[in-house]
Design a protein around this ligand. Structure first.
Ligand SMILES: [Fe+2]
Ligand SMILES: [Fe+2]
Length: 194
């Protein structure tokens, strides 16, 4: 799915189902991080009008997702716990975004990093929508899967557009390889990327 090298073990979905409160808290903070990341890209690249326009919409959608998860948490009598660290995302960031380079490379790296998180989140939401027995959550994750797939397309599209002097396709392929190795450590915790 979306070029990912390794599918998530379906047992992860069973683990998630055993601790819905934990996955919802972690998920809420994933959406917060996604909104924050989009705003950071806007802040660092404000000269690109089309990118600012589309990422403002994307950031609002991520905030809306955050709100939707928060409403679910309240409705079920759960509590939104403290922010969870996302070591999968941190490792991807270290590998792709922290490597530096030109300003153009910096933008492409950040966009590919973002596309990768959307792709993996999308894959995990799909698995949850198929495996989770709770009908409300199953529908919820199905709807989010479609939205995050759209975000993936937005990030990849801008990486290609603003990476004209860069071999974006090769960098994306390399990142897919790296992620395929990285994700082998995960799938053992009841968090979105855990
Ligand atoms: Fe989202
Ligand atoms: Fe997203």
């Amino acid at each position: 799915m979306l070029g990912l090298k390794l599918a998530t073990d379906p047992r992860w979905a069973a683990l998630v189902e055993s601790n819905i409160e934990e996955i919802l808290t972690d998920h809420a903070w994933c959406e917060q991080k996604a909104a924050t990341n989009a705003i950071t890209i806007i802040t660092l690249n404000s000269e690109h009008e089309d990118l600012v326009t589309d990422l403002l919409i994307l950031a609002q959608e991520e905030l809306e997702h955050f709100q939707m998860v928060h409403e679910l948490i309240k409705k079920r009598g759960y509590k939104l716990g403290r922010e969870r660290k996302d070591s999968y995302v941190n490792e991807l960031f270290k590998h792709k975004v922290k490597q530096g380079g030109s300003r153009q490379q910096g933008l492409v790296s950040r966009l590919l990093f973002s596309a990768m998180i959307e792709a993996r989140s999308c894959e995990r939401f799909k698995l949850l929508s198929e495996k989770i027995k709770d009908p409300e959550l199953s529908k919820f994750y199905h709807d989010l899967m479609i939205s995050e797939a759209g975000h993936y397309t937005t990030f990849i599209g801008f990486a290609r557009k603003y990476g004209k002097d860069i071999d974006v396709d090769k960098q994306w392929k390399d990142l897919l390889e790296f992620e395929g190795e990285l994700i082998q450590k995960y799938g053992k915790k009841e968090t979105i990327h855990g």
